[in-house]
Design a binder for this molecule. Structure first.
Ligand SMILES: Nc1nc2c(ncn2[C@@H]2O[C@H](COP(=O)(O)OP(=O)(O)OP(=O)(O)O)[C@@H](O)[C@H]2O)c(=O)[nH]1
Length: 416
């Protein structure tokens, strides 16, 4: 497995780093934000995007809604009333597409998915199931599209590439509901736990809460996105930033491993401060003074932003597609008794590293077709039937083309 940490004697320039991380291609990211009401999701989103992301003007063409509704679950899609999720019990689904002008001049399309009401109801027992089904539905959509002759994977791909899970600090540690939900979805989406509103905690409390979250994650076998040996220096270089060495109490250095600072503790704010020198900054004001959200010593916010929109954007997508989806795909096809060859050697390319190791699922030519399917599996049967029919049509056309070609190559014979 490749080690992406920067060797001590070689500092990568920006171009090399961009190439390594595939920074230039595929700058679209889908983010799922989970966490109880008031945990700071929307404020974080505003700060991440550098703009006011209003969720009240969500348009109907949003990516996730159809899949969830088709799935037959009681997700009530909502636009303007998501703020009242607590009044009308249930789980809602809100999606939003935001266009970002990335600071390095590369535009990014951010698809945001939220489930207002998640964890806020008196009875939350259905939330985990619904969200899991929703994620599976996204995988299923891609799988169905893949076997079609005329594929349109771009428009049917609603898979979130990362789930930021907001874990508010409580005197009793992490809530049982949050643990259960993280456990349920962690093999379907790259999970990154977040401690929001870190300004409400003293340094000791924050360290303790980080520790508790880490322990709960380990104890409950929750798979979180694995940053391997990636370090902050590399991540910040991509954002044309260095570790702020001027500051009095910087806990981090360029060689600090990202995995060592997770879960990310963040401070966010909706108060915007614009000045010509530093551009748009967000300020959190207190009686005793103010904090700049984007400052490195305020919280882990700026590191998280650089990771999501820079250094790890492509990797989050690669792991979603090559690890999480491939595993789902292998599971589904095995369950449906479709004997695809699954070689024992791993095919996850070197760049596609992630939280789930030991996944060895390679797509290869199907070794069996229609005749091998269990007839009870109507859906799969229909898909393959459709393929067979389309293949026949193509064969007929091919025959016609062949005979036309023959006519053209021997005109004299035909004329005679
Ligand atoms: N002190 C402090 N307050 C914060 C922080 N982030 C957000 N808030 C405040 O917390 C409140 C709730 O924030 P939201 O961003 O609306 O939270 P949310 O999770 O989107 O809530 P819902 O939309 O109701 O699900 C707002 O008043 C924010 O200003 C933070 O880092 N520190």
């Amino acid at each position: 497995m490749k080690d992406y940490s920067v060797p001590e004697n070689h500092s990568l320039n920006r171009d090399e780093l961009r190439r390594r991380k595939g920074y230039k291609k595929g700058l679209q990211l889908s983010i799922l934000l989970l966490g109880e009401k008031g945990s700071g999701k929307l404020t974080f989103l505003n700060n991440l995007c550098g703009q006011d992301v209003s969720l009240s003007d969500v348009d109907d063409s949003d990516i996730a809604k159809d899949a969830a509704i088709k799935n037959g679950h009681s997700i009530e899609d909502t636009n303007s009333e998501y703020k009242t999720a607590h009044l009308s019990p249930g789980l809602k689904l809100v999606t939003k597409r935001v266009y970002l002008n990335d600071e390095l001049g590369v535009p990014i399309t951010l698809d945001v998915i939220l489930f207002p009401g998640c964890g806020d109801n008196v009875d939350n027992s259905q939330s985990s199931t619904v969200i899991k089904k929703y994620l599976e539905q996204q995988f299923e959509n891609v799988l169905k599209e893949e076997v079609r002759i005329m594929r349109n994977t771009k428009d049917t791909d609603g898979r979130p590439h990362v789930c930021l899970y907001f874990l508010k600090s409580t005197p009793r540690g992490v809530k049982k509901f949050d643990i259960e939900l993280m456990k349920t979805i962690c093999d379907k989406v790259n999970l990154i736990p977040i401690i929001p509103k870190a300004d409400g905690l003293t340094e000791t409390e924050l360290a303790l809460h980080k520790d508790i979250v880490r322990q709960e994650i380990l104890r409950n076998d929750i798979l979180v996105f694995d940053f391997k040996n990636d370090n902050l220096g590399e991540t910040l270089t991509l954002y044309d930033m260095d570790i702020d060495s001027d500051t009095k109490i910087s806990n981090y250095s360029p060689t600090t491993k990202i995995k060592d600072i997770s879960p990310f503790s963040i401070v966010c704010s909706n108060t915007v401060h614009t000045n010509t020198e530093n551009g748009v900054k967000h300020i959190r004001e207190y009686e005793w003074g103010s904090l700049v959200v984007e400052d490195q010593n305020t919280s882990d916010f700026i590191y998280l932003k650089a990771i999501l929109l820079g250094s790890h954007l492509q990797e989050l997508k690669d792991v979603t597609n090559n690890v999480l989806y491939e595993r789902y795909r292998a599971d589904v096809l095995t369950e449906k008794n479709i004997h695809y060859d699954i070689p024992s050697s791993s095919c996850i390319d070197e760049g596609s590293r992630g939280s789930i190791s030991n996944v060895s699922t390679r797509r290869s030519t199907p070794s069996k077709t229609l005749g091998n399917l269990g007839m009870s599996d109507e859906n799969t049967y229909n898909i393959y039937k459709e393929i067979d029919e389309k293949n026949k049509i193509i064969e007929n056309y091919q025959k016609k083309i062949d005979s036309l070609e023959k006519m053209l190559t021997s005109p004299s014979k035909n004329r005679a």
